[in-house]
Ligand binder design. Structure first.
Ligand SMILES: *Cc1c(COP(=O)(O)O)cnc(C)c1O
Length: 361
């Protein structure tokens, strides 16, 4: 019998069981090809269908127009912290960053190495417990782009809607909430996301970029670091992470079967509400993010003491619920409840929390 735990990890994170089973079914002999996706040439007709199919699925699922390129890159979201400014911080050589957590700080740190990037807003003063209000942003209308982190994986906050940047292109790190809700792609210059939280396995990074912006990068940029290299070759300039792209394609098909992004957004809101309702119902659990800024993907909370938190984690583990420990930089508890986390699993956690409060509160 296969034993599956309930995995609340922030990433790499839970994948839909149906996706894993489909990959397992086709693992050794991919649809009669006589070999696995991991063994195929990336120039073979079988792989080409997988690759172009994954791009087509993403395009239809999200509603990505032909004026945008869909790229599968490597190096994680962390390489995008550098590639974004290298490619887009032209011609003004300045960019605005809204700081809402450790990941946006890391993005700015890399951008500063490339040119005049600066913080145009920050919630660091209150421990990143919120998304700054529009009135707290100091945006430069001449900047090459405005960067923000749509969901803050570590501190558990999420933008409800995009910052208003006028004609300045928006760039978003959507690593931990991509495909969790509809995206109005036309509002963006570029979107990037490491796959291992809400898309698929680690090893591939999705980039959606408006095609006119591809021309901003200087000729001197190393070939592999220029978006236009990958756009011109449909992300087949060099060997792509074939297996990861294959699983991303399966996950997109799974999302279609679930009813698409609108349906996912409703389910994600319902899952998060079950946890936040319990947290707000008493004094035992305490949410760490401001209510209006709360993330629907990562739900961080505290118990009355660190000792109780440790005991809670042990109790959860005994009940097969794992990876609930908050990020080492903030402590506490964090439940990551991405697309692939079923409502029933969230209900199991809610039950456990009720029972723990009853016996320890
Ligand atoms: C996890 C994470 C990253 C880092 O992703 P890598 O793929 O490991 O480089 C960046 N941004 C956000 C918002 C994340 O959650």
């Amino acid at each position: 019998m296969t034993h599956r735990i309930i995995n609340f990890s922030a990433g790499p994170a839970v994948l839909p069981l149906e996706v894993l089973e489909e990959a397992q079914r086709d693992l050794v002999d991919y649809k009669g090809a006589g070999l696995s996706v991991m063994e195929m040439s990336h120039r073979s007709p079988h792989y080409d269908a997988i690759h172009q199919g994954a791009i087509a699925s993403l395009r239809s699922l999200v509603g990505i127009g032909e004026d945008y390129a869909v790229l599968f890159l490597q190096g994680g979201a962390s390489l995008q912290f550098s590639m974004v400014p290298m490619n887009l911080m032209h011609p003004a050589r300045k960019a605005d960053y809204v700081l809402t957590g450790p990941w946006s700080q890391k993005a700015l740190k890399e951008a500063v190495k490339e040119g005049g990037a600066r913080a145009a807003g920050s919630s660091e003063g209150t421990g990143f417990d919120r998304i700054p209000a529009a009135s707290d942003l100091d945006l430069d209308g001449e900047a090459d782009y405005v960067h923000f982190t749509s969901n803050n994986t570590i501190v558990g906050t999420q933008w409800r809607s995009e910052p208003e940047a006028g004609d300045v292109p928006l760039v978003a790190d959507m690593s931990s909430d991509i495909l969790s809700r509809p995206i109005d792609v036309a509002r963006y210059g570029l979107i990037y996301a490491g796959a291992q939280k809400n898309l698929g396995p680690a090893g591939v990074t999705l980039v959606i970029v408006r095609k006119d912006l591809l021309e901003r990068a200087p000729e001197s940029l190393p070939t592999m670091l220029a978006y236009r290299t990958h756009a011109a070759k449909s992300s087949l300039y060099n060997t792509p992470p074939c297996w990861s792209i294959y699983v991303v394609g399966l996950a997109c098909q799974w999302l279609e079967r679930q009813g698409g992004l609108e349906a996912m957004a409703r389910r994600n809101a319902e899952k998060a509400a079950r946890l936040y309702d319990l947290i707000d119902a008493g004094d035992f659990y305490r949410g760490t993010a401001q209510v209006a800024s709360r993330s629907l993907m990562n739900v961080p909370f505290r118990l009355p003491s660190e000792e109780l938190e440790s005991r809670f984690l042990e109790t959860a583990k005994e009940a097969d619920m794992t990876n609930l420990k908050g990020h080492r930089s903030v402590g506490g508890i964090r439940a990551s409840i991405y697309n692939a986390m079923p409502l029933e699993s969230v209900d199991r956690l809610v039950e456990l929390m009720r029972e723990f409060e009853r016996t320890h509160g």
